[in-house]
Each structure stands twice: as structure tokens, then as C-alpha cells.
Design a protein. Sequence first.
Lengths: 223, 319
Amino acid sequence: MIKLINVSKIYDKNVIALNNINLKFKEGETIILKGVSGSGKSTILSLIAGLVKPTTGSVLIDKKKISKIPDHFASSFRQEHIGFIFQKYNLINNLSVEENILLPLLPLNLKKIEHQKRVQEVLELFNIEEKRFALVKNLSGGQQQRCAIARANINNPKIILADEPTANLDEKLSLEFIEILKNLKSQQKTIIIATHDPLFFELDFVDRIIQVKNGEIIYDIES
Amino acid sequence: MILSPEILTIYILDGLFIVFATVAFFLSISIIKSWDYNATTQLQYSLEKRSYLASTIIKYMFFIKLPFFLFFIFTLEKISLILPGAMCGAGVVNANEYATILLFLKLINLYLFAYWIVLDTEDMKYEEQPYLKQKFIIFTVMFLFLIVEISLEYKTFYSIDINNVVDCCGTIFSLTDNTYLSKILSLPPWILLSLFYFNFLLLVISALYRYSYSFATLNLLFILISLLSLISYFGTYIYELPTHHCPFCLLQYEYNYMGYFLYTILFIGTFNGLVIGFIKFDKQEVILKYKVSLLLNFIYLVVVTLYPLLYYFKNGVLL
């Protein structure tokens, strides 16, 4: 269960990104945050991930006040529970697919054999096994996207956050991505997607669509 | 007034310390006044950020202060070369009424800063940061001490007159003077030595039974007794001269800079023992602190004991 209670976020003292919003997401739900650029969607995702702290209010994940805990605790929490898919993938171009996927595992000090096992699993799951040793900079947009999803899932998180995940993809690749999401949904993961791509608004597995505008919730409907 | 490159460096660093410590001080005051962990207000979130900033400043200050203290000692030694009468840092320390207090204050501040770092590390282990207010209250006191230290440092170097002849360490640490120190140092060696070894024995017993408060108190005593016995007895074997009781000459090349080694292990050993009495560590951490403290104090004990023993084996007599 994710809760945002009376949350406001103001950047640089006068840029109001979110204005006293209240939201509640149940476990296993798939939610679309809809809105134009600058409406506050990405800020909601960053708050849930503990990447930024609110100006006022609190963010809770399973009763843990993610907005109140010190940064190093937020990092560990994120590492265990949250997978983040970024609009520009945020991959390291000069590393291979495998090395990029392995990055979230490095602080865990696992054995090499465990690393290999987990990497193999996500490579197969997201159909990118044949590019395992290829440098990221040599991949197509869709392959980079799959690599980013694999990295977000390497720790098997129960919450997946995706920020404009199809902004750089054509329709075919976007549909491929949606299939991957459907698969993740079937694993009972909570998925929150910030997007203004109309492809997402008619999907049968989406539970709720929330419209965000000027930092406020305009509507929150079940689909 | 002396203005050597070393003293200029000290002044510049002191200036930087004042600026950063003042920032940390005002941040600490605002945190002490309004901190409420459960609040989700704008002020509380801003205080959380300020606490990171203040902690970072204080940590950096400590990590500069640590080598800076050694640099200060090195500077005293260097000044002693141009100060008429001085044979080592002791002559400089005795050149005016401020330096001795300064030296003690520097040591106290070093222990306080080290304590703060341990408290901060402990605080950051818990999400609720249980020691947060406490550590910033302590810093406000440390800030006042630091300002006094810096003022004294300025006064010390400002009031040294290189035309005045100062006493050498042989006179300062003479056992025939009428000072309290001379009276303590002129006690028969067996008294201080018994206290020294008995103190260590009590340390071992306290550690075995995990008596944290007595272990901390005994460590405090161990610092004093170790220094007194070093000046009064063990030092004479390092110098191989029965009348030489200076704690500063140990820091010179002629004695293999042994003082830096002895003082450093004594500081780390006793510090690890002292903090056990002030902070509630988890079981593993507290055992580690007992071990580190005992081990380093033991190394200190062995090293100083070896000097008279080796002297005896070499010459067949004691001094």
C-alpha cells in the first residue's frame, strides 16, 4: 500500500510542483498518471521512490514513512522494493547490457553465482539474452528499453515506477513494452506509470487513471 | 610576535574553522530549537537537510583537526629552533601563560570532536536518529570551546617574544621545583608504576565483566597516569638520561619520533574506552570497542615497559 498524505512539493522556493495532494495505491494495482509535461507526474514518482523529499506532507509505503527516513535508508529501501524505469533509460553507454543490469546488485555483496543466476533470469524474461555482452551504445531504442526494464527488475521489486517509458519508442516498440508491463502485472507487482501516451489510456489491465494538472489531482477514475 | 609560514598556515586554517564552525553552530541552534522527528512540515524537512549540512561540516572539521593537531605540535618544535633557551616544544609552551591551557584545550577538543563523530555514526544507524538533538547540543558546547581554542592560539603566537629567553624543558620538568607537577613527578617511581600497572589490570577486569562506566573512568585515569609515568619514569629510559623528563623531546628525530606513536595509540585506545561509558552501542560494536581499547592500551604498556627492560639487559643496571 502506497499513501501520499497532504503532499506538496515546491522547487526553488516558488515553483509549485505538487499542491497538497492525497493519493492511495493498493498492492498489485496498475495506475496511469496522466498529464502534460510539468504537471507534477514525475515528482509523484520521485517522491514514492524516495528520490526527493516533499516540502510538506508524508509518503508511506507499507506503513514505512519513506519521506521521513534519512537518505541512506531511502536508498536501501529503494534497492529492495522499487524498480525505476526512466524516460531516457539512464543506462551507462560504455558498459555492456549485463554490466548495466548488474549495477543495482553491486552494493548487496552477493556471490558471483547469484549474480549470474539473477541476470540470466531477467535477460530471459525481457528477451534480451542475445545482447548480453553488447555495449549499450550499440543497441536500438527498444533493446535499450528492455535493458532498462531488466535492470529495474533485477532485485525483483514489488513496485515498478515508469516515467514516460514510451516517449522515445515507436508504436510497435511501445506495444512490446505494454506486453512486458502486462506480464509484470500478472506477477502482482504494483505498477505506476507517468505518461501522456494515449496508448496507455485504453489498456484492459490498467486499474486506475489519474489526471494531474498544475500539481493537483483533477480526476482519479477506475478503468 | 612570530609569523612563520607554519603559524600563517595555522591562522588561515583557524579562520576557515571559525567560518564553517559558525555556520554549523547556527544550523545546530535552529535544529535544537525546532526539531520534531514526527512532523511533516516544511520547517522539519528543511531542518533534516540542515542537519546533513551541519554534520558534514563538523565531520570535515574533525578530519582536518586530527592532522592539524600534529601540525601544531610540529610547529611548536619548529619555533623552538629560533626561540632562545628552548630546546623543544616545551620551551615554546612555557613561553607565555596561554600555551599550556591551549595545549590542554586542544586535547580536550580532539576528544570531543572524536566523540561527536562516534555519536553521529551511531545516530545515522537508526531511521529515527535518536541522538540527533543530543549531538547538536554537544556541538554548541564544542563550538564555544573551539572559539576559545582559536582565540588562545592567536594569543599564544602573538605574545611570543623571540628576544626573550625562555626555559628549556630540563628546567620546566625539573623534579626539584615547587610546583604540583614537580611534586607528583618526584614521587618514588614504584608509586606511579604500581598505579600504572594496577590501572591496566582494572581495565582488563572491567572489560571482562563489561562494566562500561568503570571502564570509561579507568580509561580517563589511564591517560593521566600514563602521561605522568611517561614523564616521570619511562621517558628517562627513552632518553637514557635520568634527569630528562620532557614529554616533547619524544617527538624529535633523535628519539625516532616515538612520541607520535605513543601519544597516538594512547589517544585511540583511551578514546575507544571512554565512549563506551557515554553511548549505548549494540553488542558487537561494544565488544569491538573493548577489544580495540584494551589492545592499544596494552601495546602502549608493552612499548613503554620494554624501554627500562632493554636498558637493564643492555647495561645490567636501572637508571
